[in-house]
Design a protein around this ligand. Sequence first.
Ligand SMILES: Nc1ncnc2c1ncn2[C@@H]1O[C@H](COP(=O)(O)OP(=O)(O)O)[C@@H](O)[C@H]1O
Ligand SMILES: [Mg+2]
Length: 270
Amino acid sequence: MVGAPVVVGVGAVVVAADNSNLKNVIAVGSGKGGVGKSTVAVNLALALHQEGSKVGLLDADIYGPSIPIMMGLQGQKPKFNDTGKIIPLEAHGIKTMSIGFIADDNQAIIWRGPMIHKILDEFLSKVEWGDLDYLIVDLPPGTGDAQLSLSQLIPLTGAVVVTTPQEVALVDVKRAVEMFRKVKIPLLGVVENMDSDIFGSGGGEKAASLWQVPFLGAIPLVADIRKSGDSGTPIVVSDSTSVVSKTFREVAHNLSRIIPESNSFKINKS
Ligand SMILES: Nc1ncnc2c1ncn2[C@@H]1O[C@H](COP(=O)(O)OP(=O)(O)O)[C@@H](O)[C@H]1O
Ligand SMILES: [Mg+2]
């Protein structure tokens, strides 16, 4: 049973963390939920890892954290190291941190803006990420506080926008693109997800060209993607030679080509 909502809110802490150990921080976002944002974030992270990169995964979806289930880490709690930093949980070679590891499963939590900001700040500054080539951040859907906080807390390499292929995808991509542009997060590309007879195909690519964002690839709607996500071993790992996994690796490859070496930032504290 879902308990009564708990409303939490504290003063915002606006201290930029030294995240120079994180070479590229990439947010995965969308104009709305249910488009496969977490699925893309997880499989993209794993595909980058398979290409030989050190990768971390940060689940910042405070409304519906699904990374613990998708990575097979449900019910686990992270520990602290000697210096009081949180040790991220590890699965399939990926260091993982999620709001789902700390929030009570049975409580619907209404997060206030400052609390979201504080949680993201802690996830960036108080988690022992080590040296990473990529930190992939699964954002909550929409255009709200988390996006703004993230852009204030850390210089993001950029954002990947996930959309479904229908004509209405144009509206979603437009909203997401406008939001990222407003908070000055570079747009690295659009991924079209759930390509199928049902939803069609091409809407995401069309939107990407219309909004002048690189198109990274199209992922088909196949039952194995959902099944593998539910089972805690995403398809890129559970069936690494499948066409779908190959497509995810192509998306990862396209993304890594778009990120120029010069984009590997060192934090600017001024
Ligand atoms: N390409 C796909 N084919 C089949 N099922 C998919 C695909 N992409 C996502 N799903 C499933 O759709 C549901 C929503 O995906 P999810 O990644 O949780 O979306 P979001 O994070 O945008 O809310 C999940 O059950 C997921 O397994
Ligand atoms: Mg999600």
